[in-house]
Design a protein around this ligand. Structure first.
Ligand code: ADP
Ligand code: MG
Length: 339
């Protein structure tokens, strides 16, 4: 018998990796927004056509890339963000896997325009099926603009699996909001076809939240602040009377990254115990800062799950901080009278 094992060609390996990183247009938006933030952009514009199925374009005014870096950025495991395995435990950036651009370029037509401040001219690259098809010197603004066209053009099963424009746009809005809520100091806009969905000026947390929620949302926010040796909490919970019928307004951010945590969610519910009607969910926008050494983000390629060293302590601190805030704002005592 001859040997049967061989290494997969890059474009096949990239396409396999893409399956994990890119589920739908919203995943592309998330990755591109995170790259723009890591590049220290102060303004980020997003344009989508037909719910991102035809076009997703993200334009930033961040650091830009050199000619060589702009080519390398599409290689798998190519990153400027970490060098050693130890760096994984002191992450200051959203990215570190060096997979997003390689994955996206394996399953879409991508155009990149980029220029660093110190360069007179920029680099424009077109890439298709992981192959660079054109690269030229070009005139472009400082920063980076990436257009992702015809997502899943070469994976019909994936393309057919996409939901209606309404549903895919909803997913995009969700990702966009999560990132925008985590970074109020950056201005963001989102345009779908010709309609502007969001235009968020740089501001503070409270203002960013109310800009996104709209209406009289400012009135319903109760500030939460707590600092202990292992955890710093800031942000807001919604007053109980504004609780929702869905979990749509529940946001945890850990070190400026949106995460899902049923366990911590339970801590919030526990703080609201007795204050809510059945099947009502409190709104919350909670920003947790912990030592990067005490968490592991490298659990899943989409990085929305985190492993905490001391989950139980975080639970207790969070619950008591929220209870304290609700009490201070005279939200909780009402019930005491009823008893
Ligand atoms: P990661 O973000 O994990 O490093 P990516 O594939 O998303 O991996 O990006 C690869 C590299 O390309 C980044 O490390 C960064 O150096 C560069 N890059 C990507 N997007 C941008 C951008 N918008 N501005 C500047 N550099 C970028
Ligand atoms: Mg990235």
């Amino acid at each position: 018998m001859t040997d049967v094992i061989h290494l997969l060609p890059d474009h096949v390996a990239n396409q396999i990796a893409a399956g994990e990183v890119v589920q739908r247009p919203a995943s592309v938006i998330k990755e591109l927004l995170e790259n723009a933030i890591d590049a220290k952009a102060s303004t980020i514009q997003v344009y989508i056509k037909e719910a991102g199925k035809i076009l997703i374009s993200v334009i930033d005014d961040g650091s830009g890339m050199s000619i060589t870096d702009s080519r390398l950025s599409f290689e798998r495991h190519a990153t400027s963000k970490i060098k050693t395995a130890e760096d994984l435990f002191q992450l200051q950036t959203k990215g570190f896997r060096g997979e997003a651009l390689a994955s996206i370029a394996a399953i879409a037509h991508v155009e990149l325009k980029t220029r660093r401040e110190e360069d007179e001219v920029g680099t424009c690259i077109k890439i298709e099926g992981s192959e660079i098809t054109s690269q030229e010197v070009c005139v472009t603004a400082k920063g980076t603009s990436i257009s992702v066209k015809n997502l899943f053009y070469n994976i019909p099963a994936r393309r057919n699996f996409l939901k209606s424009d309404t549903v895919e746009t909803r997913h995009i809005i969700d990702e966009f909001q999560r990132v925008a809520l985590a970074h109020p100091g950056i201005s963001f806009s989102l345009v779908h076809n010709v309609g502007e969905l969001f235009n968020l000026p740089a501001s503070n947390y409270r203002q960013r939240i109310t800009n996104i929620l709209g209406g009289k949302s400012n009135e319903k926010l109760v500030p939460v602040n707590e600092e202990t040796e292992i955890l710093k909490i800031s942000g807001f919970v919604g007053k109980p009377e504004y609780a929702k019928r869905t979990r749509g307004e529940q946001f945890f951010f850990v070190n400026d990254r949106f995460i899902k945590s049923p366990y911590l969610n339970h801590a919030v519910s526990a703080a609201f115990e007795g204050l809510l009607k059945d099947r009502a969910y409190p709104s919350y926008f909670l920003y947790l800062q912990v030592d990067p050494k005490s968490i592991d983000i490298n659990i899943h390629p989409t990085k929305t799950e985190i492993k905490f060293d001391d989950e139980h302590a975080l639970y207790a601190i969070l619950r008591s901080a929220i209870k304290h805030s609700l009490g201070q704002f005279n939200v909780a005592p009402v019930l005491d009278f009823e008893r």
